[in-house]
Design a protein around this ligand. Structure first.
Ligand code: NAD
Ligand code: UDP
Ligand code: UDP
Length: 318
């Protein structure tokens, strides 16, 4: 018979998932990490294999999963535009079929379930900064739609399972997050700029570089997710989690060049279709409900991320 509480992390071998598994295991929790290794890797959770309370299972959440758990963090879904557009049908399936399966599981075992939603549900927003009651401006038929609409439908499913089956749900809308263990080639802006700077390549700015994003360091974000899971059943969200400090991509490029001491030039490339012009979270709700706000400044977080990529590139060159 199962005595201790068990936590399921789907997408646990990915960037955010591996940090979350680490945080939970170091807090003494029993963790079941489920991943199909589409964009994640075993090595991301390699340091956790020594703990008997950590378990890794290869599984695709678009298929049913029968396990006994008390809490579910549903993070499975490719997050970088290159990855989620590679097999867009699978991306939507992961958000929609995957959520239905995880909600069905939560219903059967009466587990609390948290969905890793995204600022992409706001699309290219007309409201700035974005508050949770803004419904968004999303293209339903573009190349980003598999991700944006999949995540929007997942939110709908979460709230319908709440209304219909009284599930304990939490919907966190995560804004751009960065840090060690991002993949060097996943096309996201922070990893691209750092790898380009460290390898002396030109920094690729898409469009004019005036578009903005707000970058949250991974440790802050994980803290927000864990706090949200710890709230009582009436707190469902959606709650924005992100760092409100907003930067243009040009400012980000300049900061990365300065911190790495790189000699890289700037190279302008075409702006991808439907690339949002601006993005900044209003985190009043997270402050009020979770007592949470991020504490790591961009320069400090970038410093740690640069050190990580520096080691990684040295190791792969050796
Ligand atoms: P990631 O690509 O590193 O991690 C996703 C993980 O999910 C990978 O390990 C992948 O193998 C796994 N996965 C994908 N499809 C699966 C499936 N069908 N079954 C089982 N596992 C599957 O991305 P990340 O940055 O760690 O993002 C984690 C979650 O957070 C995603 O749901 C993403 O949408 C959300 N999110 C991330 C950010 C960010 O800036 N990193 C922002 C908003 C939302
Ligand atoms: N499901 C699962 N694990 C469980 C329970 C259910 O993967 O422990 C899946 C199941 O395959 C189903 C989905 O979750 O397709 C939704 O379950 P729910 O009970 O809500 O709906 P139903 O089974 O009535 O379709
Ligand atoms: N971007 C860029 N150069 C790159 C990669 C991305 O200028 O090498 C831009 C991209 O067009 C977008 C922003 O940086 O405006 C953030 O892109 P990312 O893919 O990291 O995240 P998302 O668009 O999903 O917020």
């Amino acid at each position: 018979m199962r005595q201790t509480r068990k936590i399921l992390v789907t997408g646990g071998a990915g960037f955010l998932g591996s940090h979350l598994c680490e945080r939970l295991v170091s807090a003494g929790q029993e963790v079941l990490c489920v991943d199909n290794f589409y964009t994640g890797a075993k090595q991301n959770v390699g340091t956790l294999f020594q703990f008997p309370r950590f378990e890794l299972m290869r599984h695709d959440i678009t298929f049913p999963l029968y396990v006994e758990v008390d809490e579910i963090y549903n993070l499975a879904c490719p997050a970088s535009p290159i990855h989620y557009q590679y097999d867009p049908v699978q991306t939507t399936k992961t958000s929609v079929h995957g959520s239905i399966n995880m909600l069905g599981l939560a219903k059967r075992v009466k587990a609390k379930i948290l969905q890793a939603s995204t600022s992409e549900v706001y699309g290219d927003p007309e409201v700035h900064p974005q508050t949770e009651d803004y419904w968004g401006r999303v293209n339903p038929v573009g190349p980003r739609s598999c991700y944006d609409e999949g995540k929007r439908c997942a939110e709908t499913l979460f709230f319908d399972y709440r209304r219909q089956h009284n599930l304990s749900i939490k919907v966190a809308r995560i804004f751009n997050t960065y840090g060690p263990r991002m993949q060097p080639n996943d096309g996201r802006v922070v990893s691209n700029f750092i790898v380009q700077a460290l390898t002396g390549q030109p920094i690729s700015i898409y469009g004019d570089g005036k578009q903005t994003r707000s970058f949250c360091y991974v440790d802050d974000l994980i803290d927000g997710l864990v706090r949200m899971m710890g709230t009582h059943d009436e707190i469902t969200g959606p709650i924005n989690l992100g760092n409100p400090a907003e930067f243009t991509m040009m400012e980000l490029a300049e900061t990365v060049i300065e911190l790495t001491g790189a000699k890289s030039s700037i190279e302008f490339k075409p702006l991808p279709t439907d690339d949002p012009r601006q993005r900044q979270p209003d985190i009043s709700r997270a402050r009020d409900t979770l007592g949470w706000s991020p504490s790591v400044q961009l320069r400090d977080g970038l410093g740690k991320t640069i050190a990580y990529f520096d080691d990684l590139l040295r190791d792969s060159a050796a």
